[in-house]
Design a protein around this ligand. Structure first.
Ligand code: NDP
Length: 450
């Protein structure tokens, strides 16, 4: 059977078995076809049925989360931890609190995570977790009670050498702080059980900034390699959350101009360059707070109920940093035909649909997929684990230096793998997928059928 036939056969099995999980199927469909040149050279992958094995999580834990709201009503939400693959190390990946969370979303995120973590070359397996709890509009006490209840169940399944969760959408320092408090109450002080902790609770300096900063370091490496300079670019960033804010901050520090940002309810154009400090202030005002940006910057313009990716703006680089599938085919066509975009680097996980990626390829857009471009967050999480194990706290300068070299090594690995297998160093999608798969598959074969 040819590599292509093998891939198609496994894709068909996945589609039949998981027909009710569209995001998961999308992530697998994005990944497997790009492995064809590698599988052609490595028949042992089919010989060991590695595609069939790698696509299924080692374990999915599902539980209910009972909690009491401020009115004294009993509430219940669903919680999950998907422990996807531990071949390279303890399961590692964030926790998401959002009403859209379900098994399909967490399988897609976990599947992406195992390969992202492999690209860092650090000893990390992959996992993901979360709940369909909606934090919007909840009081601080409700968030605390919910988060404690979530951890009361999750703590049975995690540990510094077993599974080390972190934050994601809806889970920041505050929630991680509550989770750690509850874990400590039910077990013993063990800071290495979670990453993304506040720095006064053994968190790493630079973890908050890491995904956004790392994204910009990755983009800088890729642009340099194509004789382009980020400092000469106008850029647009979607989202105003953790990843977006620090993407805006680092892009600006390195001389790029961020002309627009968005949130779930609209977008802002600021021709003077979006100010990350304003975004930090707005974050305290909750979801949809971008509409207040003009209170700080009267020259800016706010557009309500419309995606920034359908706006007709002129710029060079797009950084989708909000959520999955935010750029569809129409939006991608708008980017390349009307906006003049030359490169897309993904801070979010799977923000581009398959059809959007096709548009990038047809128009020779330099495309840095999330698996590689947003790996800075998990890389610094691994540095946090190392600091916790050594009972040390490194300076922000030390962490940032490590982050810069990790992102540069990831770019190097991805582009040389792309050159080797598809003859095009700019095919970062093929490079990232093949390089990460190769690392993981080799170790899985070495560890035997487990
Ligand atoms: P946050 O919750 O901090 O921020 C999410 C942002 O996206 C908010 O500004 C939200 O708007 C906005 N948003 C949500 N839906 C939409 C939409 N449909 N259109 C436009 N904006 C939208 O999350 P993070 O920054 O942590 O995560 C963002 C993405 O990055 C996710 O895909 C996550 O998986 C990925 N990621 C995160 C990492 C991390 O370290 N945090 C690491 C690697 C990847 P509003 O404020 O109005 O709600």
């Amino acid at each position: 059977m040819s590599a292509k036939q093998y891939i198609n056969r496994v894709l068909q099995i996945v589609e039949e078995k998981h027909a009710d999980k569209p995001e998961f199927i999308q992530a697998v469909n994005e990944f497997f076809p790009s492995l064809e040149p590698y599988l052609t050279e490595h028949p042992e992958i089919e010989g060991h049925n590695i595609l069939e094995l790698i696509v299924e999580p080692e374990r999915i834990i599902q539980f209910r989360i009972p909690w009491e709201d401020d009115a004294g009503q009993w509430q219940v939400n669903l919680g999950w931890r998907v422990q996807y693959n531990s071949a390279l190390g303890p399961y590692k990946g964030g926790i998401r609190f959002d009403p859209s969370v379900n098994e399909s979303i967490l399988r897609f995120l976990g599947f992406e995570q195992i390969f992202k973590n492999a690209l860092t070359s650090l000893p990390l397996g992959g996992g993901k977790g979360g709940s369909d709890f909606d934090p919007h509009g909840k009081s601080q006490r409700e968030i605390m009670r919910f988060t404690q209840s979530f951890m009361s169940e999750l703590q049975k399944h995690i540990g510094p050498d077993i599974d080390v969760p972190a934050g994601d959408i809806g889970v920041g320092h505050r929630e991680i702080g509550y989770m750690y408090g509850q874990y400590k109450r039910l077990n013993q002080p063990e800071p290495g059980v979670l990453t993304g902790k506040p720095t006064n609770q053994w968190g790493s300096f630079g973890r908050t900034e890491a995904t956004g900063y790392g994204l910009i370091y990755f983009a800088e490496n890729a642009l340099w390699d194509s004789d382009e300079r980020l400092s000469e670019k106008n850029v647009v960033v979607s989202g105003t959350g953790n990843v977006s804010t620090y993407t805006v901050e680092k892009a600006t520090q390195l001389g790029a101009k961020v002309i627009a940002v968005s949130d779930s309810q609209g977008y802002v154009v600021d021709e003077n360059g979006v100010d990350a400090e304003i975004l930090k202030k707005l974050s305290a005002r909750g979801s949809g707070a971008l509409k207040y940006y003009s209170e700080y910057q009267p020259d800016s313009t706010y557009y309500e109920d419309v995606s920034v990716w359908s706006a007709q703006l002129e710029y060079d680089v797009a950084f989708p940093c909000a959520t999955q599938n935010e750029i569809d085919q129409d939006a991608a066509e708008n980017l390349v035909k009307n906006c003049g975009v030359q490169a897309v680097f993904e801070g979010a996980n799977m923000p581009s649909t398959d059809a959007a990626i096709k548009v990038y390829k047809e128009h020779d857009i330099l495309y840095g997929l999330g698996k590689a471009a947003n790996a800075g967050g998990v890389a610094v999480s691994a540095l946090e684990m190392a600091q916790n194990a050594q009972k040390e706290q490194w300076s922000i300068e030390t962490v940032d230096e490590r982050l810069q070299s990790i992102m540069s090594e990831i770019y190097e690995l991805v582009s040389t793998t792309a050159e080797k297998y598809v003859g095009n160093k700019n095919d970062l999608q093929a490079g990232a997928n093949i390089a990460s798969f190769a690392k993981l598959a080799e170790v899985m074969i070495n560890q035997g059928l487990v």
